[in-house]
Design a protein. Sequence first.
Length: 297
Amino acid sequence: MLNRQILLVLLLCGFKKGLVNVIIMKTNCAKCGVEILLQTSNDNNGLCMPCKLKVDSQRTKPLTKKLKKRLTKLGYVSDKAIKYFENILGTEGEDSVIRYLDLEEESLNLYHKWFPCVQEYEAKCRTELLLPTHESLTGLQLSEYRILKEKMIAFRSSNDFRVLQIPNKVILLKSTIPGLITAKEVFIPKLKSIILLLSREMNTWFDSVYNEDDDIFMWAVKCWWLVEKAEKEPKDNVDKRPSFCESILDQAPKNINYKTFSQGLQWGPLHGGSNKELWKVCGEDMEFYNFLNVSCY
Ligand SMILES: [Zn+2]
């Protein structure tokens, strides 16, 4: 606002020269003295962004008994979680905390509604198709198991794994048979609310059981580790140029079989990411050939 007023006065006074310098006026942070834009200072009570964040993080207010009780019921009991909510209370007020808790409780209700249902479906699938043990895998399936195991272990020690540890969310993991065996070994000991299904089983559950009126991401996180025959994706109608993925496949030697390995994670309509690689099939083994795509949304 102040900027606009200064600009208006200058324009009224007939100033034209050096206008650009006027627009990007600078000042100093009231706390640490670093040079900042006047606009930043106006927006943050005279502080630079790092100082503002620091001050905000120190603005906490003790939670009322009632709020604490609701948090405990939701499983937010660690000091870190309490501090987080005390900070929201201190900076944004009680209404914000209440809105947050209302939403979390709605999620928890959906979790209780859907988790037993999808668990029952998973059990039915596993009676119809018993998973072999990894010792009984041979040939390409064994090779797929080894590659997926390495990828899943790497994922488990990455920051992305925290997404699967969000409280009150069911992890819906889809994969191939070797992938499900691997996921069982790598994730089951660490995650209690995880569902492991083959791609087609997961699709059937969504098509025939799930009531789409409930927002899936309120109670679940989707993830996948898939190994598929490498095929060109159908051409985009709007963009006729070959995608990076297609050009890699076009350039790859033709007398070899390829498979794609993809892994991805989605925890909201616009929150997630995935990557896809092309692997060469060499007899009973597989060898990395190239990256196909990486996406974050
Ligand atoms: Zn500062």
